[in-house]
Design a protein around this ligand. Structure first.
Ligand SMILES: [Zn+2]
Ligand SMILES: [Zn+2]
Ligand SMILES: [Zn+2]
Length: 124
């Protein structure tokens, strides 16, 4: 009966050095993660204290209620707002200053409920 094979280290997927890690050595893992983050650089906005502040202001302006209006009637949705949505998507920013400009502008944001937020993204 074959026993469990003795565990030996495997090579890092990127540099080939033997590693105790799962697929990459710790160094290549850090590099790979940094690359992944920088592929969507606008996400940096979400980590800014200013963003958290403006998000709070937008929710306060909406009194915690979804700001979406229903088609013809123009009536407010009325559900609890759970997300703050960027009307002009921040992924459209071409420069850092544009990102700060409309990424942190409360007038470019709407408080939306869990139904209207996905809808706003589908409409784009
Ligand atoms: Zn490596
Ligand atoms: Zn959104
Ligand atoms: Zn809504």
């Amino acid at each position: 009966m074959a026993g469990r094979p003795h565990r030996i280290p495997r090579p890092c997927a990127d540099c080939g050095r033997l590693t105790p890690g799962r697929t990459r050595c710790p160094k290549c893992e850090r590099v790979a993660r940094a690359k992944l983050l920088s592929a969507q650089p606008w996400r940096a906005v979400y980590d800014m204290p200013a963003y958290r502040k403006v998000r709070k202001c937008v929710l306060a302006r909406a009194k915690g209620i979804c700001e979406a209006v229903e088609g013809e009637t123009r009536r407010r949705c009325g559900h609890r707002a759970v997300d703050v949505h960027h009307i002009v998507p921040i992924s459209r920013a071409l420069t850092w200053s544009q990102l700060l400009d409309f990424g942190l502008d409360p007038n470019n944001m709407a408080a939306l409920c869990e139904k209207h937020h996905p809808q706003a993204h589908r409409r784009r």
